[in-house]
Design a protein around this ligand. Structure first.
Ligand code: ADP
Length: 219
């Protein structure tokens, strides 16, 4: 195995999802190779990514030829064509790709992807739909799932919290969440102390379990 830079990622299937993943990874400083079987799409991306190659990703030889072994991480953005998605993950798995991320369009599709070797399965529509519902239904602004049920989130403070100190709110006792800091638009982050007063228009930065954070955000 080469010293596959952990900064190098291959993105297979440059549709709406894969294209966005590729573009964002590039923006975040990673080298990205894009793979798509569609010549027109390969042309569209040719001057935007580090490398773009035309290949059928279900074909082991084709993947080997484009230098897939140089990479330690792959994202499979193929969704609509479930067969191509599954065969691509299987092929990557058989080629020994250390880390495989794949998009699924249904729960069953996701289960198959896991069974043929995907390490991480993403459900873009389901995840986004759930996130939007949470944003609408609560004071939750954003949530980062840290795994193991833990989260860091930004939450709009309840009306009656404005002007009170963190100690006074007692959210740790009531909800089990910890207020880590306060972010006010236009100002930086103020790290919370027991005496910190909650200003109007701010977002509370809180940590806790996902359940605790959600209970606090909807209380
Ligand atoms: P999205 O909904 O995110 O646009 P699609 O499933 O419609 O996702 O797009 C998948 C992309 O993957 C398309 O650009 C298509 O050309 C490409 N693709 C599909 N099958 C293969 C394959 N076997 N090898 C390489 N690329 C493929």
């Amino acid at each position: 195995k080469t010293e596959a830079g952990s900064d190098n990622v291959v993105v297979i299937g440059l549709g709406r999802f894969g294209g966005q993943v590729a573009e964002s990874l590039l923006f975040l400083g990673h080298e990205v190779m894009g793979v798509d079987e569609n010549t027109r799409i390969v042309q569209q991306w040719s001057d935007r990514l580090t490398h773009v190659v035309q290949a059928d990703s279900t074909d082991e030889d084709a993947l080997t030829q484009v230098g897939i072994r140089e990479f330690s991480r792959a994202v499979v953005g193929i969704g609509t064509d479930i067969e191509a998605s599954v065969l691509t993950v299987l092929t990557l798995s058989e080629l020994g790709m250390p880390e495989i991320w794949a998009k699924a369009i249904s729960v069953k599709h996701g289960k198959i992807l896991t069974s043929v070797g995907a390490d991480h399965v993403i459900y873009p529509e389901a995840t986004m739909g759930e996130r939007v519902a949470r944003l609408i239904a609560s004071r939750l602004l954003d949530l980062v799932d840290l795994g193991d049920g833990d989260a860091i989130a930004t939450v709009r403070p309840p009306e009656d919290a404005i002007g009170r100190t963190i100690t006074d709110l007692g959210v740790r006792t009531t909800y089990g969440v910890t207020i880590v800091g306060i972010k006010t638009p236009g100002a930086g982050i103020e790290w919370a102390t027991p005496q910190t007063v909650v200003p109007d228009g701010c977002a509370l930065i809180v940590s806790g379990s996902i359940d605790q954070v959600q209970r606090f955000a909807t209380a």
